[in-house]
Design a protein around this ligand. Structure first.
Ligand code: PTJ
Length: 256
């Protein structure tokens, strides 16, 4: 199926899937990335496939945190590279954040393919590939422990989209401020991050860029206030309540 009719009721979802499959064929996405996307889709469906009020609040706080950071880094994996390459580059330019390739499933070939792909989309520099600058974060118990000394290792704020397991907890332990993008509000990453954007990355990143541009015109004091007043635990609870409410309505109020 190559042409997706705009009249198809699930056209947008099909287009996103196609991007991911294309990324898989180009060697950017690993097989597990396809199943990870399915998990995300399920949560997105339950959330109504829209950016919720809570997600917008998190996106605004994330924009503020990125603008206030001294050495912000965007960590890029296979799925992120396939779905939002232009937006990653644009966000990096708007915030000065470095782009670092960091993979859960190790592969030198895929690292290089992702870096080339991002360069083709306008990235000037992509970190995480040069063994000369490679170091390890011992607290991380997966391949993600391999980081760039100029990037994640020396960062103060890290954006980790579509993350797995324990890295967020480990990054927090060593003093980083972590922004996660994860459609699953119950994941360990979502729960451990400082700011969790529970939204599909294809909608969240364009909005994040928009907020960055908007906040860049504000005074530093109000940007700081925005970043400091954000309560991730409260926001995640509100998202879970929203899911509960939607399921309750869908079930004709017969859940309990
Ligand atoms: O390219 P690699 O080797 O670094 O591997 C990337 C994957 C995604 C395979 C790896 O990080 C992984 O296994 O992740 P998990 O543990 O499946 O977690 C990914 C999280 O992202 C899940 O909680 C999904 O719900 C969520 N997710 C998937 N697609 C999206 C998403 N969140 C936002 N937007 C999406 N499009």
């Amino acid at each position: 199926m190559d042409d997706i009719s705009p009249l198809h009721p699930r056209a947008e979802s099909l287009r996103v899937r196609k991007k991911l499959v294309n990324g898989f064929r180009l060697g950017l996405v690993v097989e597990e990335g396809l199943t990870a996307h399915g998990r995300g889709e399920a949560f997105d469906y339950i959330l109504g496939e829209r950016t919720t009020h809570e997600a917008k609040k998190a996106i605004e706080a994330a924009a503020a945190a990125l603008l206030l950071a001294e050495n912000p880094v965007i960590s890029v994996n296979g799925n992120t590279a396939a779905l939002v390459p232009d937006e990653i580059v644009e966000l990096s330019k708007a915030t000065g954040a470095k782009i670092e390739v960091n993979l859960f499933h190790p592969s030198r070939k895929r690292e290089r393919a992702i870096a080339d792909w991002l360069r083709r989309h306008g990235a000037r520099e992509v970190y995480g590939l040069d063994p000369k600058f490679s170091t390890k974060i011992q607290e991380i118990h997966s391949n993600r422990r391999k980081v760039d000394r100029r990037g994640i290792a020396s960062s103060d704020v890290v954006l980790v989209p579509l993350e797995d397991g324990d890295r967020t907890e480990a990054l927090k332990k060593i003093g980083k401020r972590v922004i996660a993008i994860d459609l699953n509000p119950m994941s360990r990453t979502a729960q451990a991050a400082d700011i969790t954007i529970v939204d599909n990355i294809v909608r969240a990143l364009p909005l994040l860029i928009k907020y960055v541009h908007r906040l860049s015109k504000c005074c530093r004091k109000s940007v700081k206030e925005l970043a400091q007043s954000f309560d991730n635990e409260f926001n995640l609870r509100a998202t879970l309540k929203l899911i509960f409410k939607r399921l309750k309505v869908q079930s004709g109020n017969h859940i309990f």
